[in-house]
Structures are given as structure tokens and as C-alpha cells.
Write a protein that binds this ligand. Structure first.
Ligand code: F6R
Length: 613
């Protein structure tokens, strides 16, 4: 949510900054801007709209300089406009010589604004961020040193921030600061970068320093200096990025979303690689950093996440309860962090997050840690804040997910939760042969997903019907209830058609009121223990003239006759059904949005990685 890129070195900054913003654009994309410093002058360029608008502007009005900062925005305070776009200038009228970009939210901005206005500072934007620029400019008047000025201002701010600052009086210097919003330094030769996400620095260097909360950094082409707000100077800890930046290129696919949907067979291979043991009929999850002895004492599991990650957690609830016979609770992270949920030493808390930066998920992790409860993470982004702050966990290894609608991360989360269920089960009652069945099932998953993807041509015609729908109901039972929720979320977020997911049998307790020709019902009805009960629910919808789309097992002789459209998935062990049934639903959302001409990878109002509360 919002992206920051900064650069100082010997190359022209503007091109590097814009290329970096393009890599981060999926995080926030309503406006963008940059500031460069050249021969004691600041050049500011900003535009509402996508990064390409900024790029066009820079073609017409180049911004020289080999040092600068830039930003792509997801609006929190004030609508998307040229003036609300970052960077913001700091300084008294006519003397503004400082530019700032900010990710996060400043909660006490209104009182700070009043204070600054009373002193004669004039505000150009409606943002909370502009107060920080003026506060630093005011501190700079006194200290004359940008690094010190930023340090003086930070204690005045309540809320979260990732900051980048440049000043015309300090050519070649970029100052950054972090509290609750990620920042990483790219360590180059004779140049340094600052970014909110390692993806922006990866094309330039593999060496990075992840800043911690409370740290402030000053970068010049030849030097990195870090200080902690309370603890003083900090030696830079250099990490290596071990993934390749080109992996996230679009290739021949029309959108990242469809690319990532089609990648899911490989996602399963990567999530399970080296983690399945046929010899012991179990999973190997060394990253949990917990001994089998400790794990055997666990009596309850809490899974915490937001959005799609919460839906994957719900699948995990069914899997862990079924395979390991442990009670599981799933909580929205935003609720968990403010609830006084009872936790004891026999409870294991997992935070699930693709990005590893979601503010609510991070808040939940910190709340559990604060209460002295060791918390684990199931995360995709290596080196992300949640990954670093958790006491242990499991990486998804799904590669970078760029499409705002999460798809392959869901598959990887479900796979990892199945591995966890297997591991916990085998530490308890699960027999060798039952364990081996699960190993076999997981090993067969990539091939089955490949098969399931063949449904795409039929999905395209179903999308014609969905595109004109007033509302869509998604219905699934047992392990497929969370998949129904996920299907509804996917459709809503990228096509803007209202969709609702329910456990199938709940339909008659209310949602059935929506059933008519213009409000299709998508039933998840593959062959499983509750198959015949689902058929009865389908009949109830048909009896009311409803439009029925079904996801069922290939070769089913009954379902096609009950459906306006039948979407087949391959026959598979029950624990794999969520991974297979979600495929037609992801494709249905994609093709419906495509028909409606939606901006699929960057749906309105959304952003990847929600780093504000
Ligand atoms: C939906 C979607 C969101 C995210 C949610 C959590 O397609 O992408 O609902 O799942 O914002 O994000 P992470 O998993 O990064 O914490």
C-alpha cells in the first residue's frame, strides 16, 4: 500500500525512480510523484493516475539530478489528485527546500497541522503526510542537518510511517525512517537505494539492509548510517535477496492475475519441495523451531489472517481438525489484535500473510508476542516484517505475487496448512498408512491442478452469464465452505459485482431470498461425503427458477443435468478439493472482470499489501 523508492549515486535518478515505482505500482496506484535534487535545486513532478502519467510528464519536463525520492500512492487522507500526490514540500512560504514521501498514517496530524499553521506554515494538500514535511523543515531551520532534523521530529508523530526525505541544501543525501511501515536499503557500489519493498531495489543490487521500527538511515553514494531513535548508532545488517527480480515479469500473459492462476501447479511443487517424507509418512517443517515434544503438548491452534489469507486459514481449520484432531480457531487479524482472546502455553498462534506486511496481521502478531506468547508465521515474502518478527514459521515459496487479487498465495497457504496438519497428526494418532495417503495426495496435487486449469474455455462462457448478474451466491460445504467465501471475494474485488459466500445449507436461512434468473448460484459440488445433500440444495434453487453454475467432479452424470453450466474438476482425494475447486472460481472472476473491461491487476480502491489499519 503506497510505494517508496529513493536513490543516491552517480546515475540520473529519475529513470531509476520511475522504474522502481513501476515495480511497486501494484501496491498503490492512484497517483505518483518524484523529487530530484540537482545543483542545489529541487525538481518536483507529480500526477494523479498511474505511474505512466508521471512518466509522460517527465518526458515533457525532465527532472535532472542523481539523487531523489519517489512515491506511488493509495489515498488515505484526501482524494487522488496532483496536489495530494507525494512528494510534499516542507518549509515556509516561498522557501520550501525539502521534499518528503510517506507511507502510513499520522494519527495526530490535525493537531500538528493547527500548530504549524499558527506559525505561518501554509499547507498545499489535504494529506496527513504534509505535516511531517513542514515539521522537518522547521527542525532543519534550527539544526541545519537533515539527519538530526528528522530525528528530532519523529517523537512528535503518532501513527505509522516509512519516510524518504531529500533537501536542496543537502545534495546527494537521502534520509529514511521507519515505524510500522517497511523500508529497505539497497546497497550498491557507489550508489544506494531506499525502498518500501525489496522488489524495487532487486534489479540494482542483491545486498539489502532491512530497517527495523525506530530506525533512521542516511544514505549518500558512499555511505550508509543508521541510528535507532532510542538506542543510537546501529551497524548495518546486510542480507542477500535470493530470488530473481525477473520472475515477476508478465511474459505472454495478459495480466498478472491469470499468470499467477496458471502458475499454481508449480506453486504446489515449490510449497511442498523438501517438506514431504515418505519414509516417515510425514511433513518436515523445521522452521517452526519447536521440538516434537513441545508440539505434542499443544491442545489448540489459532490461525489469524485477513482476506484471502483468512479464507486459507479456514481451510486450515478443517484440515487440522480432520487430520490432527486439534481444535482450531480462525480469527480476522483486525479483530484478534483488539480482543482479549485467551491464550495459554498449550495454544499455538499462526499469523498468515502473503505480503508479510499487512498492518492488521502484524498488529495481531505483535499483540500475541507482547503477551509473551510465541507466535509463528506462514508468510510468502522473505524478509518481510512478519517473517522477521515471528518466532518461527513456514515460508510459502510462491514467488512474488503481483496481481492484487491473491490466487497462488492461497494455494500455497492451503498446501502449507495441509503439511502442518500432517506433521501435527503424525506426532499424535495419525497412522503411517493414513499419513502416507496424505503424502501421496499432496504429491499428486500439481498434476491435478494442471488438469483443473483445462476448464478455462467453459469458464469463459459462464463468465458471460455472470457479467450481467445483479448478485452472485457462492455455496460450499465442509472444506469447500471457505472456498465459496474465496470465490465470492475474488469476483467482488475485481469485477465489482456483489457476491456472497455461504455454507450451502445456510442458503435456506436467508440468502435464498436473492435467488432469481439474474442472481446465479455457484455450487461447489464435487464428489465427497456431503455430495447428495448438496444436490438437494441445488434442487431448491432450481425450483425457484434460479440460475445454477456447478463445480463438480469430471464424469459426474447428475450435475450437468441440474446446471446451466457445469465446471468439471478432476476426481481427487477430499483434502485436495479446496485446491482444485478454487481454480474455476478464480478463472470465473478473472474472465468476468475481463468481459466487463475492469482493470484486473489494479482494481479500484484496492492495493496489494494493506499497510494501514
Ligand atoms: C484478496 C486479497 C486480500 C489479501 C489481504 C491479506 O484477493 O488479496 O484480501 O488476502 O489483504 O493480505 P496478506 O495475505 O498479504 O496479509
Amino acid at each position: 500500500m503506497c510505494g517508496i523508492v529513493g536513490y543516491t549515486g552517480s546515475r540520473e535518478a529519475a529513470g531509476i525512480l520511475v522504474a522502481g515505482l513501476r515495480r511497486l505500482e501494484y501496491r498503490g496506484y492512484d497517483s505518483s510523484g518524484l523529487a530530484t535534487v540537482d545543483a542545489g535545486r529541487l525538481h518536483i513532478r507529480k500526477r494523479a493516475g498511474r505511474v505512466r502519467e508521471l512518466e509522460n510528464l517527465i518526458h515533457r519536463q525532465p527532472a535532472q539530478g542523481s539523487c531523489g525520492i519517489s512515491h506511488t500512492r493509495w489515498a488515505t487522507h484526501g482524494p487522488a489528485s496532483d496536489t495530494n500526490a507525494h512528494p510534499h514540500l516542507g518549509g515556509r512560504l516561498g522557501t520550501a527546500g525539502l521534499a518528503l514521501v510517506h507511507n502510513g498514517v499520522i494519527e495526530n496530524h490535525a493537531s500538528l497541522r493547527r500548530e504549524l499553521e499558527a506559525e505561518g506554515f501554509v499547507f498545499a494538500s489535504e494529506t496527513d503526510s504534509e505535516v511531517i514535511a513542514h515539521l522537518i523543515a522547521r527542525a532543519l531551520e534550527k539544526t541545519g542537518d537533515l539527519f538530526t532534523a528528522v530525528q528530532l521530529v519523529l517523537p512528535m508523530l503518532e501513527g505509522t510511517y516509512g519516510l524518504g526525505v531529500v533537501s536542496q541544501a543537502h545534495p546527494g543525501l537521502v534520509v529514511g525512517a521507519r515505524m510500522g511501515s517497511p523500508l529497505v536499503v539497497g546497497v550498491g557500489e557507489g550508489e544506494h537505494l531506499l525502498a518500501s519493498d525489496a522488489a524495487a531495489v532487486a534489479p540494482h543490487t542483491r545486498q539489502v539492509v532491512y530497517l527495523e521500527d525506530g530506525e533512521i538511515v542516511q544514505l549518500t553514494p558512499g555511505k550508509i548510517e543508521i541510528a535507532h531513535r532510542e538506542r543510537g548508532p546501529v551497524a548495518p545488517r546486510i542480507d542477500r535477496i535470493d530470488w530473481h527480480p525477473d520472475l515477476a515479469e508478465l511474459g505472454h500473459h495478459a495480466h498478472y492475475m491469470i499468470k499467477e492462476i496458471r502458475e499454481q501447479p508449480m506453486t504446489l511443487v515449490d510449497a511442498c519441495r523438501g517438506r514431504l517424507s515418505r519414509r516417515d509418512a510425514t511433513a518436515c517443517l523445521g522452521g517452526l523451531n519447536l521440538s516434537p515434544r513441545t508440539l505434542r503438548k499443544i491442545r489448540r491452534i489459532v490461525l489469524v489472517g485477513c482476506g484471502t489469507s483468512a479464507h486459507a486459514a479456514l481451510v486450515g481449520e478443517y484440515l487440522i481438525e480432520r487430520i490432527a484432531h486439534l481444535p482450531v480457531e480462525v480469527e480476522y487479524a483486525s479483530e484478534f489484535r483488539y480482543r482479549n482472546a485467551p491464550l495459554d502455553e498449550r495454544t499455538l498462534v499462526f499469523v498468515l500473510s502473503q505480503s508479510g506486511e499487512t498492518a492488521d496481521a502484524l498488529g495481531a502478531l505483535r499483540e500475541a508476542n507482547r503477551r509473551g506468547h510465541p507466535t509463528l508465521a506462514i508468510v510468502n515474502t522473505v524478509g518481510s516484517t512478519i517473517a522477521r518478527e515471528a518466532r518461527g514459521g513456514v515460508y510459502l515459496h510462491a514467488g512474488q505475487e503481483v496481481g492484487v487479487a491473491s490466487t497462488k498465495a492461497f494455494a500455497a497457504q492451503v498446501a502449507v496448512l495441509a503439511l502442518l496438519a500432517l506433521y501435527l497428526g503424525r506426532l499424535r494418532h495419525l497412522s503411517f498408512s493414513d499419513g502416507l495417503d496424505i503424502v501421496d495426495a499432496l504429491e499428486s496435487a500439481p498434476g491435478l491442478i494442471e488438469e483443473a486449469l483445462k476448464v478455462e474455455p467453459i469458464v469463459k462462457s459462464a463468465a458471460e452469464q455472470i457479467a450481467t448478474a445483479r448478485t452472485v451466491l457462492y455455496l460450499g460445504r465442509d472444506l469447500l465452505h471457505p472456498v465459496a467465501l474465496e470465490g465470492a471475494l475474488k469476483l467482488t474485488e475485481i469485477s465489482y459485482i456483489p457476491a456472497h459466500g455461504y455454507p450451502t445449507a445456510e442458503m435456506k436461512h436467508g440468502p435464498i431470498a436473492l435467488v432469481d434468473r439474474d442472481s446465479p448460484c455457484v455450487f461447489l459440488a464435487p464428489r465427497c461425503s456431503l455430495y447428495s445433500k448438496t444436490l438437494a440444495s441445488i434442487e431448491e434453487v432450481r425450483a425457484r427458477g434460479g440460475h445454477v453454475i456447478t463445480v463438480g467432479t469430471e464424469g459426474d452424470r447428475v450435475l450437468p443435468g441440474l446446471s446451466n453450466t457445469f465446471l468439471p474438476i478432476p476426481d481427487a482425494p477430499e483434502i485436495l478439493l479446496p485446491l482444485l475447486a478454487v481454480i474455476p472460481l478464480q478463472l470465473l472472476a478473472y474472465h468476468t472482470a475481463l468481459k466487463l473491461g475492469r482493470d484486473i491487476d489494479k482494481p479500484r480502491n484496492l492495493a496489494k499489501s494493506v499497510t494501514v489499519e
